[in-house]
Each structure stands twice: as structure tokens, then as C-alpha cells.
Design a protein around this ligand. Structure first.
Ligand code: ATP
Length: 384
């Protein structure tokens, strides 16, 4: 979509300086109080992204200026979005930053469902290095999630959206509730529930890294329930599991790192440096493949896949029921089929996957029928 003169844009007079230097292009995304658009620097012809924030009150102005200040403080890391220019008017601010044409990691994950360990390792190392950079400067992001991790043209990750980030004084702890429910650390929830809670610090980012790592590897978040109160209780209890079959093929090193990140006690949780030093990241250097290779199983899956593909190809000419069950009793057990089934589900229902609050991508992985539906089915059978 090209820029349309009729679009509602900030007062051109007040933002004259910006418009004299940049040409505004398509909308890239929208936040609660901002719109992010592509723009071209007239002098260099280079493409950038510009976040335009319209101040609805003094609080938003204060938080946006704090976001800019933090972005300026943390520049210079390859995995953190770089600020290029800012233009401030009384009622708006324009934050010109590096463009990430490949969008959010969240959308990439919706396309591919889940990632291999090798790709996850690459992405997680980049995220953790950026988090280490922040934490060394006493800055806590507080809203790490795949929606705030952008992908540049070479698919390198860039952490963005520093709207909740703060720089802590020595020994300072925080207590305000902010972030996104599925990624909130237990100590953040404790602070919002108990007056005597001791506050939280930078370790909340490490919890979020654990949630992201889990989600990248399995496609589904570790803490999820249709009823948010139950989901929050699961977080506070650190109640998650490596369910079969999705986790059967995942290495122990990956699971160990998750176990060390999703620890309820923040004092025992891995720091960014400890996570980077974990055996999960040492695997790149090893010659050993990610998973144990079972030649018989691989051959069987290969043959069955070819048979199913062949059947699908001839389906148009010879309509017939595909009885996958006659080939394998539980096709979801096999990674190849699982990928086909999950990809199909995400292709059809991917638009239901909401960002932020709901985390309902997990619902697409629910293969068990809901209890009430099961009960209805059983009672119908009994009646008949
Ligand atoms: P929220 O209300 O979710 O906190 P926000 O107002 O802080 O959002 P951002 O998250 O910074 O705004 O940006 C909104 C969306 O714009 C992002 O989710 C992303 O899709 C897109 N976006 C932001 N920055 C860039 C960029 N540098 N390059 C490409 N797209 C971007």
C-alpha cells in the first residue's frame, strides 16, 4: 500500500522538518498509540521505519521520551533496533529507526509453526546477546516476546519496542504490573497480588526468554489456558511440561536450558551469560547431529510420506478416502506428519492467532476434544 495524501497524518506544519527530510510510505504495523510506517531518507535514498506517536496525554509523552532515551543509550548492538533520527513536536514524535522488512518473529513463527533446533539456537543466541547487552547497562526490557522481535532483510533478529524498558539504579526493584500475560514472570505476578512481595528485577527478561525458547521449539507456549486465571496460576507454580510427541525429538540440552530459565525463584534462574554458556549453544561447534538418527524409523516415515503424497496427487482423478490410520495408528506421533497437520491448521486458522494478550496459538495445538464436547458425544451414543 503506497502513501495516500488523504491518510490521517500528524500536522504537517509541526512536523515540517521530518517531511522535508523523509518521504512517508506504507504502514508496517500499529501499536496501541502509534503507527509505524516505512519512509525513505531523501538525501540518501535509504529506507527506514518511522514510529509516529500521537500524545494523548502527559503520561504517554513521558513514556515515549523515556523510550527514546533508552534506545539512544543501548545503540550499537547488532541485535537491537538502531535509532537513526528523532523529530519532536508538541503533540507528536517521529522516531526514525532501522527498517526490519521481514517483520515480526511472531508472524514468521505462524508461517513455519515451529523451528528446528539449529534455527532456534541462532535466534536465541542473538536474543540472549542483546539481553546481556541490556542487562550489563542495568536495563530491563519487560516485554520480550516474538511480537517485539523483528527480522531484518537477512533474517537477523532485532529487539524492539522499549516502551516498558527502564534503567534500574543499583539494587532497585520494580513492582508495577506490565508486560504480556503469557510472558509474565511469577515474581511480577506476586508483586501485583501481595503487598509484602519483594519486587522484581532484570530476571523477568530471562523468564520471558524461557517462554520464547519453548515456543520456538514446539510452536506452542508453555503456559496457556482458555481461562486466564488458571494460566496465571500455572505461571506462578512454574507448571509446564514437555509433552509428547512434540518434545520427543528435542535434545536434552534444549530442555535443560528451558528448565533453567523457567525457574520460579528468580535468584536461581539462569542469567543471560549463564544461558549463553549452556551446552545448548555449544552444540554448533560439535559434529554430532542434533538428534539421534534412527535409520529404520526414518526410512519408514519416508516411504509413508511418499505414499500419502502419491495418493494426494491422484486424488483428483480417483477420489478415495485417505486412510492414514491404515498406514500408521497415530500419524501425529511422526514429525513429518505432525508438520503437515500443524502447517495445515496454521494455514487455515492462522488468522485466528492473536498477538499479545490471548496467546491463543496454543489453541491450535489442542488435539484433545473439550470435555463437554466429549460428554455430549458419549451421551448421544448412549441415547442411540
Ligand atoms: P504496542 O502497542 O504493541 O506496545 P507500540 O506502540 O510500542 O506497540 P511497536 O511495537 O514499536 O509499537 O510497533 C508496532 C508494530 O510496527 C510492530 O509490531 C511491527 O510490526 C512494526 N514495526 C515496528 N518497528 C518496526 C521496524 N523497525 N521495522 C519494521 N516494522 C516495524
Amino acid at each position: 500500500m503506497a502513501y495516500d495524501e488523504t491518510d490521517e497524518l500528524p500536522d504537517r506544519e509541526k512536523a515540517r522538518e521530518f517531511y522535508s527530510k523523509y518521504e512517508l510510505k506504507d504502514v508496517l504495523g500499529k501499536g496501541i498509540s502509534s503507527v509505524v510506517r516505512k519512509c525513505i531518507e531523501k538525501s540518501s535514498g535509504k529506507e527506514y521505519a518511522v514510529k509516529i506517536v500521537e500524545y494523548s496525554g502527559p503520561e504517554l509523552k513521558e513514556s515515549t521520551l523515556r523510550e527514546i532515551e533508552i534506545m539512544k543509550m543501548i545503540g550499537g548492538h547488532p541485535n537491537i533496533i538502531e535509532i537513526h533520527d528523532t523529530f519532536e513536536s508538541d503533540s507528536f514524535v517521529f522516531i526514525v529507526m532501522q527498517l526490519c522488512p521481514n517483520g515480526e518473529l511472531f508472524d514468521h513463527l505462524t508461517q513455519v509453526v515451529c523451528l528446528s533446533e539449529k534455527k532456534t539456537r541462532f535466534i536465541m543466541r542473538n536474543i540472549l546477546e542483546a539481553v546481556l547487552w541490556l542487562h550489563k547497562r542495568n536495563i530491563v526490557h519487560r516485554d520480550l516476546k516474538p511480537e517485539n522481535i523483528l527480522l531484518d532483510k537477512d533474517m537477523n533478529v532485532k529487539i524492539s519496542d522499549f516502551g516498558f524498558a527502564v534503567q534500574l539504579e543499583d539494587e532497585q526493584t520494580l513492582s508495577d504490573l506490565c508486560g504480556t500475560p503469557g510472558y509474565l514472570a511469577p515474581e511480577t505476578l506476586y508483586c501485583s497480588m501481595y503487598d509484602n512481595a519483594s519486587g522484581y528485577g532484570m530476571q523477568v527478561d530471562m523468564w520471558a526468554c524461557g517462554v520464547i525458547l519453548f515456543t520456538l521449539l514446539s510452536g506452542s507456549p508453555p503456559f496457556w489456558h482458555r481461562r486466564q486465571a488458571i494460566m496465571l496460576r500455572m505461571i506462578m507454580e512454574g507448571n509446564y511440561s514437555f509433552a509428547s510427541p512434540e518434545w520427543d525429538d528435542v535434545s536434552e540440552q534444549a530442555k535443560d536450558l528451558i528448565r533453567n530459565l523457567l525457574i520460579v525463584d528468580p535468584a536461581k534462574r539462569f542469567t543471560a551469560q549463564q544461558a549463553l554458556d549452556s551446552p545448548f549453544f555449544a552444540r554448533d561447534a560439535q559434529t554430532k547431529p542434533d538428534r539421534v538418527f534412527y535409520p529404520r524409523k526414518t526410512f519408514k516415515v519416508y516411504i509413508l510420506t511418499v505414499m500419502v503424497i502419491q495418493r494426494l496427487k491422484t486424488l483428483k482423478n480417483k477420489p478415495q478416502q485417505i486412510q492414514v490410520a491404515e498406514l500408521v495408528d497415530n500419524p501425529y506421533r511422526f514429525k513429518t506428519y505432525r508438520k503437515i497437520i500443524d502447517s495445515a491448521a496454521f494455514t487455515i486458522y492462522g488468522h485466528w492467532v492473536k498477538k499479545g494478550e490471548q496467546q491463543n496459538r496454543a489453541a491450535l495445538f489442542e488435539i484433545e476434544p473439550k470435555c463437554d464436547l466429549k460428554a455430549m458425544h458419549v451421551s448421544r451414543i448412549e441415547v442411540n
